[in-house]
Design a protein around this ligand. Structure first.
Ligand code: HEC
Ligand code: HEC
Ligand code: HEC
Ligand code: HEC
Length: 160
């Protein structure tokens, strides 16, 4: 029993390695869509990370939900997670406050997209979203709020 599980695990792993290998070496690199959390960005982008932690409301967006969680059903809570957490329901993303505390806010990757591949590749700029549009904000912010953003708040939302 154990042996066959182990074998299947190995096969899955080597298949994944092959797929990642193809994605990384292919023309036009493909992002695997895996999230990693803002702490993983701090090492190389300490200025952005420091400002984010200090100034961005997003750095406390998990707390905002936690404070109200006593009054909400599981289903209602999951709705909150889509906007207030990082990568909820996606590979490497938020699962729960206990299991994934590092993903319990709207981190860097809510704007820049999944960053695991960028980190693994030592910061390859082709594997992260660098340019953003106001329409990217409308996933979570209502259009009236977004219309009131201009160039500076666009950056300030991430506290750059
Ligand atoms: C994944 C969801 C998500 C995306 C995408 C997102 N935000 Fe936010 N943002 C939030 C949440 C949640 C808060 C509120 C945090 C709190 O106070 O709990 C917030 C707060 C803010 C704030 C501070 C509050 C305010 O309204 O003044 C600004 C500014 C902001 N975001 C700007 C942006 C900009 C600009 C973009 C697009 C480049 C963006 N956000 C994209 C989720 C998101
Ligand atoms: C569609 C995305 C979205 C969903 C879903 C969502 N929020 Fe938010 N929430 C935001 C954004 C964006 C802000 C910031 C508003 C602003 O100032 O522009 C915010 C602000 C807040 C704030 C105010 C924080 C502050 O510092 O003033 C609280 C509290 C909050 N949300 C709790 C919740 C809870 C609880 C749920 C689930 C029932 C939830 N939100 C669902 C996007 C969302
Ligand atoms: C191992 C170091 C390293 C880590 C970890 C890292 N980065 Fe980077 N990042 C870089 C380097 C190097 C560049 C390219 C700088 C340049 O070309 O000017 C870069 C560029 C970027 C850019 C600009 C891309 C562009 O189009 O110009 C963004 C956005 C970014 N990183 C976000 C992140 C986020 C978000 C994380 C965490 C998920 C992260 N980085 C983690 C090293 C890193
Ligand atoms: C609210 C959305 C938002 C969040 C959250 C956010 N950023 Fe950004 N980031 C931007 C925007 C907008 C730009 C400017 C892109 C452009 O020039 O068009 C940017 C640019 C960058 C760049 C390119 C260099 C620069 O400063 O112009 C890096 C590196 C970067 N961000 C890293 C991070 C890291 C690390 C985090 C988390 C600690 C983070 N960002 C969180 C929106 C965000």
């Amino acid at each position: 029993m154990l042996g066959s599980f182990w074998l299947k695990g190995c096969l899955a792993l080597s298949l994944a390695t092959v797929l990642v290998g193809v994605a990384m070496t292919g023309v036009g690199k493909t992002n695997s869509g895996q999230y990693v959390g803002s702490e993983a960005c701090a090492e190389c982008h300490d200025k952005e990370y420091g400002n984010y932690k200090k100034f961005s409301k997003k750095a406390h967006s998990g707390e905002s939900v936690k404070l109200m969680s006593g009054d909400l059903t599981k289903q209602e809570l999951e709705e909150c997670y889509h906007c207030h957490m990082t990568g909820f329901g996606k590979p490497g993303g938020f699962v729960s406050f206990e299991e994934t505390p590092a993903m319990a806010d709207a981190g860097c990757e809510t704007c820049h997209g999944p960053g695991f591949d960028h980190v693994e590749a030592g910061g390859d700029p082709e594997l992260i979203k660098g340019k953003l549009q106001l329409s990217d904000c409308e996933v979570c912010h209502n259009p009236e709020r977004v219309a009131a953003f201009d160039f500076k708040p666009l950056l300030f939302g991430g506290a750059h």
